[in-house]
Design a protein around this ligand. Sequence first.
Ligand code: HEM
Ligand code: HEM
Length: 200
Amino acid sequence: MPTPTSSPPPTPPVARDRAARYDPFAVGLHWLLALGFLAMLVLGSTMTGLPLSPTRLKLYNWHKWAGVSLLALSLLRVAWRLTHLPPPAPPMPAWQHAAMRVTHAAFYALFFAVPLAGWSYSSAAGFPVVLFGVWPLPDFVPADRELAEAIKPLHATLAYTLAVTIAVHVLAAFKHQFVDRDGLLARMSFARSRNPRAVR
Ligand code: HEM
Ligand code: HEM
């Protein structure tokens, strides 16, 4: 029977793990890139349906500039991820852990594949990218109509694969947060979890 003066029992290692979070820089990059890629999916799928006009041209340029910027931020993110260990995963069934690893790996592959395919399509179509209208970027592929026609659906397919991956990821995150109530969201937030069942 503990006396009122006795110190609380030490926190077990698993409980400490569940309280672990990504570092603030990784959290900042996660949310910046999440918003950025979501905005690009909306912009990309909207702009292609517009009639030829100066507005459409402007949106195409914004899409390209933002896409190349997200590519650069993804490089920074990978460099950060490779040099900073993520917090250990919270307890979950092995299949969910495997699914999480596959989803995260797919994200990192798509962060590069989607913009690089877009950039290649732009070059193949004969429109080299001039970043922010100021810096001409190199072409990795020659201007070639047939090549452009082949890359265009590739960029779209990769982009919609990213959209599906995001949907799976968000559903899984919400399932953990609101069904399992394991405080998973706190791992990717700047503030501590207020979930009473998340062990701190
Ligand atoms: C409402 C939207 C979102 C929520 C609630 C959310 C939540 C989370 C959470 C809780 C984690 C940490 C998982 C863990 O504990 O290991 C995470 C990781 C991750 N999220 Fe999201 N996310 C969202 C949107 C997105 C979007 C749109 C993307 C991609 C564009 C994305 C990409 C990632 C990646 C790549 C990781 C793995 C981080 C790493 O280990 O390097 N997330 N997300
Ligand atoms: C960074 C992430 C990117 C995402 C999520 C994305 C997404 C999309 C989407 C959803 C479409 C519409 C596809 C369709 O329905 O046909 C699209 C079209 C397009 N994207 Fe991207 N994109 C990205 C990066 C880039 C980059 C970096 C470039 C070029 C430098 C680019 C160039 C284009 C072009 C030219 C189109 C129009 C293709 C057409 O005329 O049908 N994208 N993009």
